[in-house]
Design a protein around this ligand. Structure first.
Ligand code: SF4
Ligand code: SF4
Ligand code: FES
Length: 285
């Protein structure tokens, strides 16, 4: 290799190194710019069952923060007695449910990047349930409702060794319902509970999902159809789909759970021919 070729190669390598160094410096400067801390105001509901009001807290925020981080920061620096319920900070325990800018949300999954921080961010407790303190509501009504659902009742085993046979598509159908984390955001948004306060007559979308998981289970032989119509008030649901829109687990609550259950109620109580076929076939669909 000639001296000229060697010098040319070295010059190219030096050039590449300088380009890489430039790119690294630019990336570092971008990262620095994006992680610059700035302040935002959170308008947080403070109070208890007797009443309350919104209070403004201004705190520093940075890239990657979620609403729960901001609430924790406010709790640490400005309001040590601010009550908030949370456990996993990963969208899996369902305990940090609240209303952020009026929308039912998990605080730990609501990124500040997705909010307009030029205006105060309102953070309020779920409105459908009684407030206990600050952002914590009393959701115990839901646990009482759950007890009212008839439990899983499997048919006798299909084989002498105590095992069952199921079609894969029937197994797959109920898997979606098992993703529920019991955050109760769907209960919070449902107008039947939120605006009309039909807690005594309507079990709400979360428990219609639970009923669907049981009713459509390929081994279950329990009959819940009359309860769905009478005690569980499925007729109150007018399929607005608001529950489906807020579900953090993306369960297709209305189309996959509520509508098939409504069809069963209609078949049983309003369509004598379908009822006859069901009796002759002796099985659920
Ligand atoms: S679709 Fe039915 S259960 Fe869901 S929010 Fe609307 S009324 Fe409530
Ligand atoms: S169905 Fe969805 S919104 Fe309703 S409680 Fe379960 S996870 Fe939450
Ligand atoms: S803290 Fe568990 S879902 Fe938000």
């Amino acid at each position: 290799m000639s001296t000229t070729q060697t010098q040319a190669g070295r010059a190219t390598a030096d050039g590449l190194q300088s380009v890489r160094a430039g790119a690294a410096a630019a990336a570092k400067s971008d990262r620095t710019a994006s992680s610059v801390r700035r302040s935002a105001t959170f308008r947080v509901w403070r109070g208890d069952a007797a009443g309350g009001a919104l209070h403004d807290y201004t705190t520093e925020v940075s890239e990657g923060m979620v609403v729960l981080d901001a609430i924790h920061q406010i709790q640490a620096d400005q309001a040590n007695d601010l009550a908030v319920r949370w456990n996993c900070k990963a969208g899996k325990c369902g305990s940090c449910s609240a209303e952020v800018n009026g929308m039912p949300k998990l605080m730990c999954m609501t990124r500040l990047n997705d909010l307009d921080l030029e205006k105060p961010v309102t953070v309020e407790p779920m409105r459908t349930f009684p407030p206990l303190r600050d952002l914590v509501t009393d959701v115990s009504w839901n646990f009482e409702v759950k007890k009212r659902l008839k439990p899983f009742k499997p048919r006798p085993p299909d084989a002498p060794d105590g095992t069952w046979r199921m079609a894969q598509r029937d197994v797959d159908r109920v898997q979606e319902f098992r993703k529920c984390i019991e955050c109760f955001l769907c209960q919070d948004v449902c107008h039947v509970l939120r605006d009309h306060h039909k807690h005594a007559e309507f079990i709400g979308p979360r428990f219609l999902v639970q009923a669907a998981a049981l009713e459509m289970h390929p081994l279950d032989v329990e009959d819940r159809v009359t309860e769905l119509k009478e005690a569980h008030g499925i007729g109150y649901c007018n399929i607005t789909k608001c529950c489906t829109k807020v579900c953090p687990e993306h369960i297709t609550i209305t189309d996959n759970a509520i509508i098939p259950l409504k069809e069963r109620v209609v078949d049983r109580h309003y369509d004598p021919l379908a009822r006859l076929v069901q009796l002759v076939m002796g099985r659920k669909r």
